[in-house]
Design a protein. Structure first.
Length: 315
C-alpha cells in the first residue's frame, strides 16, 4: 500500500513519503516477478486461487505524486497496480485532509512542533476533558499496533482527529492555525491530485481504477447507510464515466467501515476490498465478505524490513 512520494521538485518530502529510488528498492526487495497484475489478482481471488506468495501493488487517494513519481518506475518493470481514487477532487473540490497534511509536514521543521501547537489548542478547548478520557495507553497502543510506524504523538493526533473532535470542529482548529500562519488554501492544494486524463492513461496502461469513496470521510463507519451509499455510488459513477470500465475493487478510506459498508459494496458489484493494515478484525465471517476485507502491508513496514535485513518470505 502506497500513498505519498516525493521527487525534490513540486512533490515535497513529507512524513511517510518515499522517493522513486526507495520505491524501486521496495520492488526489488519484494521481487518484481512476484508482483501480479490487478487483473490476475481479481481472477485468482474470484476462483479461490490466490497464494500466500502473490503480491499486488495498491495506491490510495488520487495523488498526482503517485502518477508522476511511482508510475515511471513501474513502467521500467512492466508492473501494473490498483489505484483507489476518491472522486470529489476530480470535480473541483479540494480535500482538506491532504492540505492539512501538507501544512503540518511543510511548514514546521519537525512534525512534533505542529503536534505541540495542535494539542495545546485542544487542551484549551471544550474538548479537553473528552481528550483526557479517550487518550490512554490502551487506545494509543491500539492505533500503533495497526500502524507500527506511528509515534505516540502520531497516534494521539489521530485519536483526537477521529474520535474526540467532530469533522467540523477539526476543520475549525486546522483552518484557524493555517490562517494564523497566513497561508492560502490554494497554495496548499497546488499539484496535489490527478486529473481524469491521468486516470485514462492509467487505464490504457493496464492498471485498474477502484473505489475509495467520493469525499474520503475519515470515519466512514459512523455515517448513516444512505450517506455511505451516496459516497460509493457517486465514486462508482465517476470512474465508470471516465474510464468506461467495470469497477470491481475498492479500498476502505482510513480503514473505516462496518456491516452496512460491506452490504453497499456487494450491491454495487464490488468483489475485492482492501483494508489499510494487517491488524485484522473482520466485520463478517463469510467468504464473500472477507474478500472485501483483505489485509495490506504499508510501504513503511517494508522499508523497515529492508533496513533491518528481514527475510521477505513471510510478507
Amino acid at each position: 500500500m502506497f500513498h505519498h512520494l516525493h521527487d525534490g521538485g513540486r512533490h515535497l518530502r513529507g512524513q511517510g513519503s518515499i522517493s522513486a529510488e526507495e520505491f524501486r528498492q521496495i520492488i526489488q526487495y519484494i521481487g518484481p516477478e512476484r508482483i501480479i497484475t490487478p487483473y490476475e489478482w481479481l481472477g485468482r481471488l474470484s476462483s479461490h486461487q490466490l497464494k500466500n506468495e502473490d503480491i499486488c501493488l495498491t495506491f490510495d487517494d488520487s495523488l498526482l505524486c503517485q502518477f508522476e513519481v511511482a508510475l515511471p518506475v513501474m513502467e521500467e518493470y512492466g508492473i501494473q497496480a490498483f489505484w483507489f481514487i476518491y472522486s470529489s477532487v476530480f470535480e473541483g473540490f479540494r480535500s482538506k485532509f491532504e492540505m492539512y497534511r501538507r501544512f503540518r509536514c511543510s511548514y514546521f521543521d519537525e512534525i512534533n512542533e505542529f503536534y505541540e501547537l495542535f494539542f495545546e489548542k485542544v487542551d484549551k478547548s471544550p474538548f479537553s476533558n473528552k481528550a483526557l478520557t479517550l487518550i490512554n495507553e490502551r487506545s494509543l497502543n491500539k492505533v500503533i499496533s495497526a500502524a507500527p510506524f506511528y509515534s505516540t504523538e502520531d497516534a494521539k493526533f489521530r485519536i483526537i482527529r477521529d474520535q474526540v473532535l467532530t469533522p467540523r470542529s477539526f476543520e475549525g482548529f486546522m483552518d484557524q492555525i493555517i490562517q494564523d500562519y497566513g497561508i492560502e488554501e490554494e497554495d496548499l492544494g497546488r499539484h496535489m491530485w490527478m486529473t481524469n486524463e491521468n486516470l485514462l492513461e492509467l487505464r490504457h496502461l493496464g492498471h485498474v481504477i477502484g473505489l475509495h469513496s467520493y469525499s474520503h470521510p475519515m470515519v466512514m463507519a459512523t455515517l448513516p447507510y444512505q450517506d455511505q451509499w451516496n459516497e460509493y455510488r457517486r465514486n462508482l459513477h465517476h470512474i465508470q464515466k471516465v474510464c468506461e470500465s467495470e469497477v470491481l475493487s475498492m479500498a476502505h478510506p482510513a480503514d473505516s467501515y462496518n456491516h452496512e459498508t460491506l452490504e453497499i459494496l456487494r450491491k454495487l458489484g464490488i468483489i475485492c476490498g482492501f483494508r489499510a493494515n494487517n491488524y485484522f478484525t473482520p466485520q463478517s465471517s463469510d467468504y464473500e465478505s472477507n474478500n472485501l476485507e483483505l489485509n495490506r502491508e504499508d510501504h513503511a513496514n517494508i522499508l523497515q524490513m529492508i533496513t533491518s535485513g528481514s527475510q521477505k518470505g513471510g510478507m
